[in-house]
Design a protein around this ligand. Structure first.
Ligand code: FAD
Length: 394
């Protein structure tokens, strides 16, 4: 059994208790109504989870990635949607933490906890998903300002977020090196929102398209330098992917719990189905996959917290592994419940729909495998590169 060091025990207990007491009773209602839960926002700000990575001197909780993962995992056990709320808030905050200058950090970071701002991250476009470099949105310089034009899709918190990190090309000829990142406030003239996407899972947390039609943005809202956008987006996702892995883990753990309890109670052929070999193999595989995913998620978090060189590899690895595990376990759990698994109303079929989404957002699992392979090649070039012709890998 995996255990955290003493440093993380109080947080683990605190978030687990809060999730059971406050989120669990609301989870079904949020799912069914698909309404954004503002009451949960207030609560999660009170607990410090919506400002989990923001430094204390800006009013944040100043936690590390390991803590971020603990929060995501424990909350996902009772509601994957509420874990998503916390993850996306950090995804919308990280660009500022990674590349904001002192005055941007002072102003914008402190506003998040003080004014209880909800953040959003606008990278994906209708014609540019995995291939971020092919984005079409432009940011054209106009005096000391930029004019933003384009359309972003699948923006989580779209329409309800107060502030948006928007990626657009300041130099379209340079491909991904021509992308820049901007902070744009809801209400900026020329900014509008499509209707809410009707998603299969993660209900209650909306996503939609965000349209920019000659939206004027001040130069002071540019994060980093022109052309830094792709790096900022990738560094952000590197840090948040373990939390998506942790979210998937929480989903898988809750599905396994339902399956084991059911299998212990349900009797067929004169005994509990948990004593049938076919069922036991499934339960054993579930438990083993969860332990493996957990080890990988927290290894990735630890690499990020320590600034170790292979963090990118572990971050991508744990995202695809844990979310594939969640998909497999939630599907198998439905199988174990037989006909009862096909009924709506319990929490189980919800876990299956939520798990599917974790395989897709924050970079699909195919793309994560590609990232891992590229990192592996890089490592091997560093180790064995001397004295050979590896030019086709460079
Ligand atoms: C619920 C939800 C919330 C989201 N929230 C946000 C958000 O807040 N902000 C945001 O910017 N985006 C968000 N997204 C978008 C998400 O990140 C993209 O959907 C994802 O990156 C994939 O892009 P795509 O949908 O355009 O698929 P595509 O990139 O078109 O991919 C289609 C298929 O092709 C495969 N594929 C693509 N390229 C390769 C390759 N090189 N090798 C092998 N296979 C490949 C993919 O794996 C996938 O199976 C969200 C998506 C969802 C579903």
């Amino acid at each position: 059994m995996f255990e955290f060091t003493e440093e993380y025990e109080p947080l683990l207990r605190e978030v687990r208790e809060m999730a059971e007491k406050v989120i669990k009773p609301r989870a079904k209602e949020i799912e069914e109504s698909d309404e954004f839960p503002w009451d949960m926002v207030n609560h999660l700000f009170d607990e410090g989870y919506l400002q989990v990575l923001i430094p204390r001197h800006f009013g944040g909780a100043q936690r590390d990635i390991t803590s971020f993962c603990i929060v995501a995992e424990e909350i996902a056990k009772v509601s994957a949607s509420m874990a998503l709320l916390i993850i996306v808030q950090s995804v919308g905050t990280l660009p500022l933490l990674i590349s904001g200058n002192d005055s941007q950090k002072r102003e914008f970071c402190s506003q998040i906890p003080r004014d209880r701002l909800i953040m959003a991250f606008c990278l994906t476009e209708p014609l540019a998903g995995s291939d971020v470099g092919s984005m079409r949105m432009t940011a054209t310089k106009k005096g000391g300002q930029y004019l933003l034009n384009g359309r972003k899709s699948f923006v989580t918190n779209g329409g309800i977020a107060h502030r948006y990190v928007v990626f657009a090309k300041t130099d379209p000829a340079k491909g991904r090196r021509g992308i820049s990142a901007f902070l744009v406030d809801k209400g900026a003239e020329g900014m509008s929102f499509s209707s809410k996407d009707d998603k299969i899972g993660m209900r209650g947390i909306p996503s939609c398209s965000v349209l920019f039609n000659d939206v004027l943005v001040s130069k002071t809202n540019l994060l980093g330098e022109e052309g830094d956008g792709f790096r900022i987006a990738m560094e952000t996702l590197n840090r948040s992917r373990p939390a998506v892995g942790a979210q998937a883990l929480g989903i898988a753990e809750s599905a396994m719990e339902i399956a084991v309890l059911f299998a212990m109670r349900r009797r067929q052929f004169g005994k509990p189905i948990a004593k049938l070999e076919g069922m036991q193999f499934m339960l054993a595989e579930m438990a083993t996959m969860i332990e493996s995913a957990k080890a990988l998620v927290y290894k990735a978090a630890w690499h990020l917290d320590k600034g170790l060189p292979h963090a990118t590899k572990y971050s991508a690895m744990c995202k695809f592994f844990a979310s594939d595990v969640a998909m497999k376990i939630t599907t198998d759990a439905v199988q174990i419940l037989g006909g009862y698994g096909c009924l709506k109303g319990g929490n189980l079929e919800r876990t299956m729909r939520d798990a599917k989404i974790t395989q897709i957002y924050e970079g699909t699992n195919q793309v994560q495998r590609f990232v891992v392979a590229e990192q592996l090649i890089k490592e091997f070039l560093e180790k064995y590169g001397m004295g050979r012709d590896w030019s086709e890998f460079l």
